[in-house]
Design a binder for this molecule. Structure first.
Ligand code: HEM
Length: 537
């Protein structure tokens, strides 16, 4: 296919001064000294030892020695693209966010799709969740919508995230398996975590083996808030709907593709954009008035639940088009730093305990992954709006801040940036009323783990349900521990008896009527074990 001309936008132009092209240029060292020979080291005689003074050799090898940075602790394998977001109609009644009020502007975006469990070199076609992270470079600062291709999550509280990831990642003694959920530690954890049941139904469905990144839905997962100019709040759930529709591959196709082309999704996205077949998604929102916070049988703050579209329809608000491949994978796709905490005026958080923990985790991990507190200065991470404050210094500082003072209050310098009134666009957190005791606990409203898992199973067509039975049977068939298999069948029996029966038959097990109380060493010392038992609904 023919390559089309790359599309420009405000962010892409801002990146341009940072790009370099060596075509036709003279070779130099990093210090700008012209190089006469970069292929032979400096020796004491033709066959003699290499001299330590060879600064050209030292520079070349030193840089190479430091070329790797830590891969992301999760979502290590990904593919990125530039694009734009265009709004359909102003949403002033709902949010004061500028980019959601002006239909004239095209907001630049950078998107990174990813798998979760595998390392940077793993296959694209693993049965896994896919990350769907979008950085909107708005005129009021960066807004990151760091979502997945499934609308719910495995756990309700960020406190459990390290446990979940330690269970799903390769086992610690032999680092097997790479990029697959079919192993004992994963299913051991899941079978002890009834709250994961809904997510597991999605993970064992065709949604976990997409045909293309271009054919996936995306979800913000958590409930967020929209805030309008009058300071009123509505709850909001974000959805991305692909214009090409949602498509998956079958499991045997996925395994075949993994063997033949582990870059299948990466290649597909790259080639589509190169040839001008720009992928598009509609951004949709579900709006829930504050007054309806307690209207539903599930809790809006529980990330293992979705808001069924039959109850609250998805309102399309704009379209995202990915129209330009990155110039450099490392500089852009690897160094981009998404953070759920990057919000703009008009958008705010809720108390979802998973969301709240993520607010800490992303910056924390990026501080080590990207080498210190100045990673916001890496070109791909810079906002297109100006940024000024009194944060200074630190490893790899690029900006040269002028002026005598970097503290406030001060009376000596006039370089102290002005704070901005709310009416003029200064961010002010939503003043949610809180009157509560400090407790380490889980709300009772988070305890139904099966109704929506069943809803999902029932929403599947017969061939899709068969795929799920096959997926459970395949995955659990790889689990060595019979107790784990049995316990998992027990969990499935609380979702759907026939599903449990079919999986049990494939595994040569029976379905027990009552769940065995697992030996769960992770219960707090003073816990009442029955509080941790799944409740049948
Ligand atoms: C990375 C989504 C929960 C910690 C990511 C990425 C996505 C994502 C899309 C990849 C971003 C990229 O492409 O660079 C989600 C979703 C979650 C969730 C949708 C649940 C709704 C959590 C939780 C934690 C967490 C609970 C920790 C408490 C991380 C970390 C990274 C990451 C540390 C690596 C970031 C980096 O190195 O830049 N997540 N995640 N995530 N996530 Fe999450």
């Amino acid at each position: 296919t023919e390559k089309v001309e790359a599309v420009d936008n405000q962010k892409v132009s801002a990146l341009r001064p940072h790009t370099a092209d060596a075509t036709g240029q003279e070779m130099t060292t990093d210090q700008g000294v012209k190089i006469n020979d970069d292929q032979n080291s400096l020796r004491a005689g033709d066959r003699g030892a290499t001299l330590l003074e060879d600064f050209i050799l030292r520079e070349k090898i030193t840089h190479f020695d430091h070329e790797r940075i830590p891969e992301r602790v999760v979502h290590a394998r990904g593919s990125g693209a530039h694009g734009v977001f265009k709004l359909y109609k102003p949403l002033s009644e709902l949010t004061k966010a500028g980019f959601l009020n002006n239909t004239e502007i095209e907001t630049p975006v950078f998107v990174r799709f990813s798998t979760v469990a595998g390392s940077r070199g793993s296959t694209d076609l693993a049965r896994d969740v896919r990350g769907f992270a979008v950085k909107f470079y708005t005129e009021e600062g960066n807004f990151d919508l760091v979502g997945n291709n499934m609308p719910v999550f495995f756990i309700q509280d960020a406190m459990k995230f390290p446990d979940l990831v330690h269970a799903v990642k390769p086992e610690p003694d032999n680092e097997i398996p790479q990029a697959a959920s079919a192993h004992d530690t994963f299913w051991d954890f899941i079978s002890l975590m009834p709250e994961s049941t809904h997510m597991i139904m999605w993970l064992m469905s065709d949604r976990a083996i997409p045909r293309s990144y271009r054919m996936m839905e995306g979800f913000g997962v958590h409930t967020f808030r929209f805030i309008n100019a009058r300071g009123e709040s509505n709850f909001v759930k974000f959805h991305w709907k692909p214009m090409l529709g949602v498509h998956s591959v079958a499991w045997d196709e996925a395994q075949n593709i993994s063997g033949k082309d582990p870059d299948f999704h990466r290649r597909d996205l790259w080639e589509a954009i190169e040839s001008g077949a720009f992928p598009e998604w509609e951004l949709g929102v579900q709006i829930i008035p504050e007054a309806d916070e307690f209207k539903y049988e599930f809790d809006l703050l529980d990330s293992t639940k979705l808001v069924p579209e039959e109850l609250v329809p998805v309102l399309p608000i704009g379209k995202m088009t990915l129209n330009r491949n990155p110039d450099n994978f490392f500089a852009e796709t690897e160094q981009v730093a998404f953070h759920i905490g990057n919000i703009v005026p008009g958008i705010d958080f809720t108390n979802d305990p998973l969301l709240q923990g993520r607010l800490f985790s992303y910056t924390d991990t990026q501080l080590i992954r990207l080498g210190g507190p100045n990673f916001h200065e890496i070109p791909i991470n810079r906002p297109i709006s100006p940024s000024h404050n009194n944060q200074r210094d630190g490893f790899m500082r690029q900006r040269i801040d002028r002026g005598k003072t970097s503290y406030g209050p001060n009376s000596l310098g006039d370089n102290y940036p002005l704070q901005v009134k709310e009416e003029a666009g200064g961010f002010k957190s939503y003043q949610e009323r809180i009157d509560a005791r400090k407790v380490r606990a889980r709300s009772d409203s988070f305890r139904d783990h099966f109704s929506q898992a069943r809803l999902f199973y029932n929403s599947q067509s017969e061939p899709e349900r068969n795929h799920m039975v096959d997926a459970f049977s395949f995955e659990l068939g790889k689990v060595k521990s019979v107790a784990v298999r049995q316990r998992m069948v027990g969990i499935l029996s609380l979702v759907d008896k026939s599903l449990a029966g079919e999986v049990a038959a494939a595994l040569g097990l029976g379905v027990q009527e009552k769940l065995e109380t697992p030996i769960n060493r992770s219960l707090p010392a003073d816990a009442n074990p029955s509080d941790y038992e799944p409740i049948e609904v």
